[in-house]
Design a protein around this ligand. Structure first.
Ligand code: ADP
Ligand code: MG
Length: 582
């Protein structure tokens, strides 16, 4: 093919592809414009997950009638004029591309009025064509209505994910922006349902509750920090509250949601040694930095930023979160090396750990123990016959948390919660594989209300749940009715079970169905297993041991944590100086 210049139409569709990928990207760009315009109130309505219609209305400055045609053309912006301006951006937008891009892949109508003008104006663009401006009556502010997104780019439509996923992306986005802008009244309506509505009174707790659910929102710790031109505020999880992935860590820089940022690692590192391997904190932090110290022009959808002094910002975030954490609940370090436990989170990046509770102190407290690997070499944890535990003689319960038992080869300490998790999990999976999970009806059905995103997740998991002997159905907005539970869990709290199913669910998780089911079962078992701190009768203790002996993989819980620590006779002899060097 000879080389030729692309038509404007094709060129603008290509450019649009970088910015407008899915309905949530439209919502993001329009919401950013509304926030940039100084709006006090922003109302977002979507129909059919945004495929049919997305409308964003604000009460901000508006666009002058004679500038409307310009606003929707490419490279037209009121937010910067010189190249130097790029390095002191204080608005969310600056590329002058969003409206043009959206207009080239949909049927878009922009209606706007500024305060000094009597009438408003409207322009309609279809698939990037020219639009005519007409005079209309309108309140001060702007309404952008986007219909039939991607109607002229059928290939894009094919790339959209399932409705639940696209809806989650929108919910996620709007809720996070709501959290970042608590002084703006933000409403999100999907079809006829109002899914989010904030008061605009600056209270972030209420918005946190919408994002994470009331229970979690209550536990989050509020932090603030300042350091020479850097500011931070936010909410972080206490060490007892964790997730299986890092997706619930939200970072905003100068009012902009940044994803895939090294700052997420800084946040996680603040919890170094305080969380179990494979667990992550959650929370949201809002960082303020001088606009000239950050480059926002590094990503087409503006989802990443670069810092002049990345190490400084990294260290600041990490120290601020750590300090905040320790200020609320001085947590003793878990000494990872003491019992030969795996210590995976030891990737330290030149950080100052001297704030409190020095790890080194704990590790050196007993130099003799240092490096002594008690417990299981990791190679032994996986496996078949080796993996079984011998018959155990129960000695008792200590700290209402561990069982102590004797085996032919030494002493066993068993974590009652982890062990019970393993037992429930294997029983459930056996029943599941035989396609008969006994179900037990509840005397009175339980009604459970979940936060919006969890509710959406649960809906997508309902068929799987019903496989597992639950009888759950939708019962109003974000509300479910549980009529039966697997008999194995008789007597447990149905709402705890439902919450367990949706917490930690990974976005876009699309493994084999079998994997989904296993994960789901593991979550429920974790939530419904006996807890540490629960007193068990001698009969219950013995039953737990017997059940554990019968498990296929008794040595780890379904999440991979050890259920037991084994102190071999040989090891005891060595520790007491009965063996080896005298
Ligand atoms: P950018 O936001 O990068 O400037 P956009 O294409 O998103 O580019 O918008 C172009 C221009 O249209 C903006 O610079 C702004 O002047 C105007 N504009 C867009 N949306 C709004 C709005 N909701 N309220 C006021 N002005 C707006
Ligand atoms: Mg914009």
């Amino acid at each position: 093919m000879p080389i030729r210049l692309l038509s404007t139409e094709v060129a603008s569709q290509i450019a649009a592809g970088e910015v407008i990928e899915r309905p949530a990207s439209v919502v993001k760009e329009l919401m950013e414009n509304a926030l940039d315009s100084g709006a006090k109130s922003v109302t977002i309505s979507v129909e059919e997950v945004g495929r049919r219609m997305i409308e964003v209305a604000d009460d901000g400055s508006g666009i002058a009638s004679d500038e409307l045609a310009l606003a929707v053309s490419r490279h037209a912006t009121s937010k910067l004029s010189k190249a130097e301006d790029l390095f002191r951006i204080s608005t969310l937008g600056f590329r002058g591309e969003a409206l043009a891009s959206i207009g080239s892949v949909s049927r878009m109508t922009v209606t706007s009025k500024i305060v000094s003008s009597k009438a408003g104006a409207r322009i309609r663009i279809e698939g990037g064509g020219e639009g005519k401006v007409e005079v209309v009556g309108a309140p001060v502010g702007t309404v952008v209505r986007v219909e039939d997104l991607f109607y002229n780019v059928p290939a894009r439509l094919k790339f959209l994910k399932a409705d639940v996923t696209e809806r989650r992306a929108i919910d996620n986005l709007v809720t996070r922006y709501a959290l970042a802008y608590p002084n703006v009244r933000i409403k999100l309506a999907e079809g006829k349902t109002m899914t989010l509505q904030t008061s605009g009174d600056g209270d972030r707790r209420a918005i946190l509750a919408a994002l994470y659910g009331v229970e979690i929102a209550k536990q989050l710790l509020e932090i603030t920090a300042q350091d020479d031109g850097l500011g931070l505020s936010g909410y972080i999880s206490p060490t007892a509250l964790t997730r299986s992935n890092r997706k619930d860590i939200t970072i905003f820089v100068n009012g902009r949601w940044v994803q895939d940022t090294p700052l997420t690692s800084a946040f996680i590192q603040a919890y170094h040694t305080l969380l179990m391997v494979g667990r992550y904190p959650l929370g949201a932090v809002f960082i303020d930095i001088a606009p000239e110290d950050v480059d926002v022009n590094v990503h087409p959808a503006k989802a990443e930023v670069r810092f002049k002094d990345q190490d400084r910002v990294f260290g600041f975030v990490q120290r601020s979160v750590r300090r905040g954490l320790l200020a609320y609940a001085p947590v003793p370090s878990v000494a990872p090396a003491l019992w030969g436990a795996r210590n995976e989170s030891s990737k330290q990046v030149g950080i100052d750990w001297t704030i409190a509770h020095d790890d080194a102190k704990v590790e050196n407290a007993n130099p003799d123990m240092d490096g002594e690997a008690i417990g299981f070499p990791p190679s032994q944890v996986e496996g078949s016959v080796l993996n079984r535990v011998p018959l155990l003689r129960l000695i008792g319960q200590i700290g209402t948390t561990y069982l102590v038992a004797e085996g032919p080869d030494g002493l066993y300490l068993i974590d009652q919660h982890a062990a019970h998790e393993r037992i429930l999990f294997e029983k459930l999976m056996v029943q599941h594989d035989m396609h008969k999970i006994p179900s037990q009806s509840l005397l009175t059905p339980a009604v459970v209300t979940l936060p919006l995103q969890s509710a959406n997740l649960l809906v997508s998991q309902l068929p799987t749940l019903n496989h597992f002997g639950f009888d759950v159905e939708e019962f109003g907005p974000n509300t479910f009715q549980v009529r039966a539970m697997p008999a194995l869990f008789a007597g447990s709290d149905p709402s705890a079970a439902l919450r367990a199913i949706v917490e930690d669910f990974e976005e876009d998780e699309a493994p084999l169905q079998n994997e989904v089911e296993k994960k789901l079962a593991a979550r429920v078992c974790k939530r419904l297993a006996v807890k540490a701190g629960q007193t068990l009768s001698p009969e219950e203790q013995r039953a737990l041991l017997t059940d554990l002996e019968n498990c296929d993989s008794p040595r780890t819980c379904p999440h991979g944590r050890p259920t037991m620590i084994h102190l071999s006779v040989e090891m005891l002899e060595r520790q007491f100086g009965r063996r080896g060097a005298r």
